[in-house]
Write a protein that binds this ligand. Structure first.
Ligand code: LLP
Length: 419
C-alpha cells in the first residue's frame, strides 16, 4: 500500500490528526503511525488466507515498539522473534506464546531456555549445530522443542543485496542440498519435535516470481522429507513483501497469496497449516517521521536542508541508500522550491535522509519523511548521544503517545565513570 497520509488545505494529516499539531504537542523528531493502515495491511493477508489454516506472525524486528505490537496482538497475530529481548516484548503485550516463532542464525542457550520456558510455538532452526544444542537444552529442561528447519531455496529475490537472504552465499538457513540430511538428524533427536519447514528469501520484494520459485523449491523438499518418513504439519514462507517507497509496485498481499495458494493446491499441499512472517508490509507505510528544518545552507555544489532527524533515527538511507519520500508538512508556503540534500546533524557525510529533493522550506518548517514505519525506530541508535525520538499511535482523531522521547538521563543511567 501507499503511505498513509493525506493533504487537506495544504496540510498533511494522518487519519484525523494533523501532523503539525502532533509535532507541536510532542516535539520533533516524532514518529507517527496509523493504526488503520496496519489493520488494513493485515486484512489484505487475511483475505488472501480466507478459509485456510493460516497464522500471520508479525516479524517484530520491523518495529517492536509495544504500542505497535499491541495492535497486532489484539488483532490475533502471532509474532516472529529473533532474540530473547523480542520474546519479552511479545509477552509484555500479552501475545499467545503458542503463536510465537523464533527465527535467527545465532540463538544463545539462554535464549533457547527462555523460549522453551515460555512454551513458544516453534523454533526456526538455521544450522545443524543449532539442532544439537537445542536438543541438549530441551532435554535438560525435560522438554521437547518444536522445530522447523529454515532452508535456503537459493532463489534471487531481486532486492538490495543487504536484504536478500535466500541466496547460496547468504548466512541464512540450511542449503537445499543438505536439507534432507538435516531433517533426518532432527528427527533422530529425542529433545526435538519436527513440526514444519521454513524459508525466507529476502525483504522489500516487489515481484511475485521469486515467491513462486521459492514455493516450488520448498514443496520439492517437503515431498522428499515426507517420503523419508518425516511428516510436516506446517509450512512457513517467511516475510519479505515490499511496500511502495517511490512508486514501487509490489503485488498486493491477497493477490500474491491467491497465486501462491493456487500452486500449493495444485501440488496437493493445500491442507497444510501456513505460517508467514511479514514485517515491513504490515507497518512500513503506516508510519512517518516528522522533523523540523534547523537550517538551510546554500552551497556551490548543492544546497543543504539540515533537519533535526538523523541517521540514528532514520538509518535506511545511510545503510542501504534507501529512498524515503520527503514532503513539507505545510505545502502553503509561497515561492519556488529549491533542490536540497536533506541531511541530519550527525557528524558523518553518510548522514543523509534524501538527496536532490525539491522543497520549498525555511528554518522552522516541518518535513514528513514517509514510509518510516518499518526498520526506522527499531534500528534507531544513540549515536552522537542523540535521544531516540518519541512515537505516537494515531487512531482516528486520537493520538496516543506510545514512546516518550528519550532523555539524556535515560542514556546515562546504566553507565559509570569506572574506578
Ligand atoms: N522473517 C525473517 C526470518 C527475516 O529475516 C525477516 C527480515 C522477516 C521475516 C521480515 O521481513 P519483511 O517482511 O519485513 O521484509 N533493515 C532492512 C530489512 C531487513 C530485513 C531482515 N529480515 C531494511 O530496512 O530494509
Amino acid at each position: 500500500g501507499e503511505p498513509h497520509v493525506a493533504r487537506r488545505d495544504g496540510q498533511l494529516w494522518m487519519e484525523g490528526a494533523s501532523l503539525q499539531a502532533l509535532a507541536r504537542e510532542h516535539g520533533t523528531p516524532l514518529f507517527a503511525y496509523s493504526r488503520q493502515w496496519m489493520l488494513d495491511a493485515l486484512a489484505a493477508y487475511q483475505r488472501g488466507f480466507a478459509g485456510r489454516d493460516a497464522l500471520v506472525c508479525y516479524a517484530m524486528k520491523a518495529n517492536s515498539s509495544l504500542g505497535i505490537l499491541n495492535v497486532f496482538a489484539q488483532a490475533g497475530c502471532g509474532f516472529d522473534i529473533v532474540s530473547g529481548g523480542e520474546l519479552e516484548r511479545a509477552l509484555a503485550v500479552g501475545a499467545d506464546p503458542a503463536k510465537i516463532i523464533f527465527s535467527g542464525v545465532g540463538k544463545t542457550r539462554a535464549e533457547m531456555r527462555q523460549a522453551l520456558s515460555a512454551s513458544i510455538g516453534c523454533f526456526n532452526v538455521e544450522s545443524e549445530e543449532e539442532l544439537d544444542v537445542l536438543n541438549e537444552v530441551a532435554l535438560a529442561q525435560g522438554q521437547r522443542a518444536k522445530v522447523s528447519i529454515r532452508i535456503n531455496p537459493d532463489v534471487d529475490p531481486k532486492t538490495h543485496p543487504y536484504i536478500s537472504t535466500g541466496l547460496k552465499g547468504n548466512k541464512f538457513g540450511i542449503a537445499h542440498s543438505r536439507a534432507l540430511h538435516a531433517y533426518r538428524h532432527a528427527a533422530s533427536l529425542p529433545g526435538l519435535d519436527v513440526k514444519g519447514i521454513d524459508c525466507h528469501i529476502g525483504s522489500q520484494i516487489t515481484e511475485t516470481a521469486p515467491y513462486l520459485d521459492a514455493m516450488e523449491r520448498v514443496l520439492d523438499l517437503v515431498e522428499s522429507i515426507e517420503a523419508a518418513g518425516i511428516p510436516l504439519s506446517h509450512i512457513d514462507f517467511g516475510g519479505g513483501l515490499g511496500i511502495d517507497y517511490n512508486g514501487d509496485t509490489p503485488p498486493a498481499a491477497d493477490d500474491l497469496w491467491r497465486q501462491l495458494l493456487a500452486r500449493l493446491d495444485a501440488r496437493g499441499f493445500g491442507d497444510r497449516k501456513l505460517i508467514i512472517e511479514p514485517g515491513r508490509s504490515l507497518v512500513g507505510n503506516a508510519g512517518v517521521c516528522v522533523t523540523e528544518v534547523l537550517f538551510t545552507k546554500p552551497g556551490e555544489d548543492r544546497n543543504f536542508c539540515i533537519v533535526d532527524a538523523a541517521m540514528n533515527d532514520l538509518p535506511r538511507p545511510a545503510m542501504y541508500q534507501a529512498f524515503h519520500r520527503i514532503e513539507a508538512v505545510d505545502a502553503n508556503r509561497e515561492g519556488a522550491p529549491l533542490r536540497y540534500d536533506v541531511v541530519g546533524p550527525v557528524c558523518e557525510s553518510g548522514d543523509w535522509i534524501g538527496r536532490d529533493r525539491d522543497l520549498n522550506v525555511r528554518a522552522g518548517d516541518l518535513l514528513a519523511v514517509l514510509s518510516a514505519g518499518a526498520y526506522c525506530m527499531s534500528m534507531a541508535s544513540n549515536y552522537n548521544t542523540r535521544n531516540r525520538a518519541a512515537e505516537v499511535l494515531v487512531g482516528g482523531e486520537k493520538a496516543t503517545l506510545i514512546r516518550k522521547r528519550e532523555t539524556i538521563a535515560d542514556q546515562l543511567r546504566s553507565e559509570s565513570v569506572g574506578d
